[in-house]
Design a protein around this ligand. Structure first.
Ligand code: SAM
Length: 190
């Protein structure tokens, strides 16, 4: 089931809405990380720069054929062999990844699913103990040029509550500012 309000605008416009290097830095994605899983990679806006940056691999799940084609094309044109884009509905099928084997999970611009715990529980299951989930989301501000409609857009405090309900721990309650339009949260599996 495709997550509500998860359609994408034109690629160059979408990619103009983020400061990608800042997000990679502030979301604590380390160069020597071994295995990252991404829920819903879209165009590969973050997948591709992260694959270039890390020494390990990134497995990205995506449901939409056009997105898969575009992300795969980027992977090929960048000569990357540490990226796998898997066509899969992670809501109805999960990721199919074994328990406790992932070093970082990315939940970027996708947690406006009506049952966010379905995503967070799956992230918790596949992460190794001590490893982190990074969540970024649109600011709770109707002036952002994109993002889910305000009636389904989550506030940072709400996401913190869900993350705790899924069993994660928060390092602290810091909400990471990711200008111009996003915020981030980091939590880990204890
Ligand atoms: C709003 S986009 C965000 C893409 C990427 N994370 C980013 O921040 O650039 C959400 C993506 O998740 C994909 N998606 C939605 N529901 C999904 C599902 N159930 N399984 C896999 N992918 C899904 C959509 O097709 C879309 O490409």
């Amino acid at each position: 089931m495709k997550i509500r309000d998860s359609g994408m605008p034109e690629k160059s416009y979408w990619e103009s809405l983020f400061n990608i290097p800042l997000i990679i830095e502030h979301m604590n994605i380390q160069k020597d990380i071994n295995k990252i899983v991404e829920f819903g990679c879209g165009y590969g806006t973050f997948t591709i720069p992260i694959a270039k940056f890390i020494s390990g691999e990134i497995i990205a799940f995506e449901i939409d054929d056009q997105m898969i084609e575009e992300a795969d094309a980027e992977k090929i044109s960048n000569g990357l062999n540490n990226v796998t884009i898997r066509k899969r509905d992670f809501i109805s099928e999960g990721t199919g990844i074994s328990d406790n084997c992932v070093d970082y999970v990315m939940i970027f611009n996708i947690l406006h699913h009506d049952k966010p715990l379905e995503i967070l529980n799956e992230a918790f299951r596949i992460l190794k103990t001590g490893s982190s989930v990074g969540i970024i989301h649109w600011n709770f501000d109707p002036k952002t040029p994109r993002g889910p409609s305000m009636d389904i857009r989550s506030k940072p405090e709400e996401i913190q509550r869900w993350v705790l309900n899924a069993g994660f721990k928060l390092n602290d309650y810091t909400i990471i500012d990711l200008p111009p339009y996003h915020y981030g949260l980091l939590a880990y599996k204890n």
